[in-house]
Design a protein around this ligand. Structure first.
Ligand code: NAP
Length: 250
């Protein structure tokens, strides 16, 4: 049964975003699922998701979050389509070059910040006016925010995103909008084989330890579901680390 609350998820077509959509649909939230391109895996996954979801209302919203005009256009279409209220926003989409800092070009910096920082801020600016009291924002971050990983400039954008979580919490407090984040360890998505090649030593090290270290997308989704629910009402402006304890042992 629908909870009559709507969640907007960016980059929902695959990986963690799709897992969050599946989890929240099962919990009875109506969904607005953002995706970037009309063609390709995400668009196809989302068409299947819409066709197979019965219990809640699902809308798709195409928009490249690195382009402010795309976000504005997407929101204009949603409003024209009758969307007047969004209760929760999950900032999940991310995209970045995997390069050493010495190799970063101006275009790489633009992609990094336009998508992962100013893109997220534009989503917040556009969606907050539709949020009633008691709404939440949840940002998906990664361990690169607090550990140095080779060829991972996304890590510094994630540090900024986690800091943004705290700043937004303070700025949006008067509107009764609660802002938190999940800082996830390594998650088994399309990125996993690529990250294994990018960080072979880290992969080898953790593979040879008894502790499970690769998260399932659903495990991150469960934390996002908790953060948008009133059960997490004591959490404000913080990012929860969910890494299966991989960083505990030196
Ligand atoms: N995988 C991990 O190990 C891991 C660990 C910690 C945190 N995270 C974080 O979790 C989130 C999801 O990660 P993931 O592994 O599921 O990533 P992924 O498989 O690479 O998916 C990223 C999603 O973001 C979308 N996206 C990228 N740029 C976009 C843009 N400009 N506008 C709209 N959508 C855009 C992608 O759409 P397309 O399908 O069009 O490319 C895709 O749906 C990210 O914030 C990531 O940093 C991941």
């Amino acid at each position: 049964m629908s909870k009559e609350q709507t969640v907007f998820i960016t980059g929902a077509g695959r990986g963690i975003g799709m897992a969050i959509a599946e989890t929240l649909a099962a919990d009875g939230y109506d969904l607005i699922l953002n995706y970037r391109k009309e063609q390709g895996k995400s668009a196809a996954n989302l068409q299947r998701f819409v066709a197979s979801t019965r219990n809640v209302n699902v809308r798709l919203a195409r928009g490249d979050i690195s382009e402010p005009r795309d976000i504005q256009e997407m929101m204009k279409k949603l409003r024209a389509d009758g969307v007047e209220r969004i209760d929760h926003l999950v900032l999940n989409a991310a995209s970045a070059p995997f390069k050493h800092f010495m190799e970063m070009t101006r275009n790489d910096w633009k992609l990094l910040f336009n998508t992962n920082l100013s893109g997220n801020v534009t989503c917040v600016q556009e969606i907050v006016p539709l949020m009633p009291k008691g709404s939440t924002i949840c940002a998906i971050s990664s361990l690169g925010s607090r550990r140095v990983l080779a060829k991972y400039p996304l890590g510094i954008a994630k540090s900024a995103l986690e800091n943004l979580v705290s700043y937004l919490e303070v700025e949006l407090y008067d509107r009764d909008i609660r802002v938190n984040g999940v800082c996830a360890g390594i998650v088994d998505t399309d990125m996993a084989p690529f990250l294994q090649e990018l960080w072979p030593q880290m992969h080898q090290r953790y593979e040879n330890q008894p502790r499970r270290w690769l998260l399932e997308p659903r495990e991150v989704a469960d934390i996002a579901a908790f953060l948008i629910s009133p059960r997490s009402r004591a959490l404000r402006g913080t990012s929860i680390v969910a890494d299966l304890g991989m960083l505990l042992e030196a």
